[in-house]
Design a protein around this ligand. Structure first.
Ligand code: 8Z2
Ligand code: NDP
Length: 297
């Protein structure tokens, strides 16, 4: 396959300021890079300021664009409001938001503590509706026709075992996307979503496809197009949905998954994992969480 190139013409996001939550790593970073290449000012925010600052420096050098890294836990409304005011102070206004931050890991649901469910639902659902509400109020007050892109998943509508907190939360985000697309359309505010299939990132692979599992399942076999996604493919779609080229589209969720959803609930293939394998998998994932809490990528 030829390398995937940027799809939109130069300057397609010029004069727009876009906030990308979780923009320091993975798909958020790839989207931020492309928005900068298209002329947008970009604000990236998440919990780890050191990771954000390193990404900002790298992308600024690479693209010559303007990028602002800000620490923010999306579960904290005062921190979200802080990101919005700092963005306005730096760039004059905010035009777009990508709700991309997430927490997730595979586990039998009956093994989860209440806190383990809360932590995922709070980052994904609470984080997305807090940011959306804060920015929506600002846009309505200032008569700005803002655009929101929510990063969802295909199991938002198929459901999936073994990632139940994530499925519940992402389904809520999808319901918000469609509901507010209708309610806020009179203000010119648009909301759309992307449901990505597997796109290799360290964050997802460590927690959803740890080595213990990779030994047992070849999951490329589940994907009709027999490959994982390229980050530029997702960045192209995201840039289109935030740009004025998509100005007649709202309330839509676009699947980008090589046909994987046609196989049904994304993690239902885990029904064959044994109790012993689950114990080893949990150990591996928890070891991932420790360094990431202390500032690793
Ligand atoms: C490949 C195919 C892809 C194919 C792709 C398929 C599509 C997938 C769609 C979605 C993909 C994604 O979202 S990928 C995004 C992945 N990225 C991330 O998750 C990044 C951020 N994640 C994190 O920081 C951590 O993973 C997370 C646990 C969510 C939050 O970390 P915290 O430090 O805040 O929390 P912790 O204190 O570590 O843990 C909170 C509680 O959760 C419990 N907990 C943590 N890990 C656990 C585990 N494995 N099994 C049971 N319980 C666990 C702990 O014991 C705690 O409960 P107590 O013991 O009661 O205290
Ligand atoms: N990769 C894939 O195959 C798929 C990914 N997705 C979705 O794509 C998006 C990006 O995932 P991906 O790039 O793979 O994984 P990453 O782990 O790289 O991205 C998740 C981001 O969320 C941030 N985050 C976590 N908790 C919080 C919090 N409390 N407040 C603010 N930010 C937080 C993390 O930064 P920090 O730790 O600094 O807070 C991190 O940058 C997610 O919404 C995910 O659900 C959907 C389907 C498939």
């Amino acid at each position: 396959m030829n390398p995937i190139e940027g799809m939109l013409r130069e300057g397609s996001l010029k004069e727009k300021t876009i906030i990308v939550t979780g923009g320091g790593t993975g798909l958020g970073k790839s989207m931020a890079r492309y928005f900068l290449q298209l002329g947008a000012n970009v604000v990236i925010c998440s919990r780890k300021l050191d990771v954000l600052e390193a990404t900002a420096k790298e992308l600024e050098t690479e693209t010559g664009g303007k990028i602002l890294p800000i620490a923010c836990d999306v579960r904290k409304t005062e921190q979200i409001e802080g990101v919005i005011s700092a963005s306005i102070e730096a760039f004059g206004r905010v035009d777009g938001l990508v709700n991309n931050s997430a927490g997730n890991f595979i586990s039998p649901t009956e093994k989860l503590s209440y806190k383990a469910v809360d932590v995922v639902v709070d980052i994904v659902l609470r984080g997305s509706y807090y940011f959306t509400l804060a920015l929506g109020k600002y846009w309505i007050d200032h008569q700005i026709k803002g655009t929101i892109l929510n990063i969802s998943t295909t199991y938002s509508w198929t459901g999936s075992g073994w990632v139940v907190p994530s499925a519940m939360a992402k389904a809520g985000v999808l319901a918000m996307t469609k509901s507010l697309a209708f309610e806020w359309a009179p203000y010119g505010i648009r909301l759309n979503a992307i449901a990505p299939g597997p796109f290799p990132t360290k964050g997802a692979w460590d927690r959803l496809f740890p080595e213990e599992l990779a030994k047992k399942f070849s999951f490329e076999n589940r994907i009709p197009l027999k490959r994982t996604g390229e980050h530029q493919e997702l960045a192209n779609l995201a840039a289109y949905l935030l740009s004025d080229f998509s100005s007649y589209m709202t309330g839509e969720v676009v699947t980008l998954d090589g046909g994987e959803v046609l196989n049904g609930g994304q993690f239902n293939f885990l029904k064959d994992v044994t109790d012993e394998q689950w114990a080893a998998i949990a150990e591996q994932i928890k070891n991932t969480n420790k360094p990431s809490r202390n500032g690793g990528e």
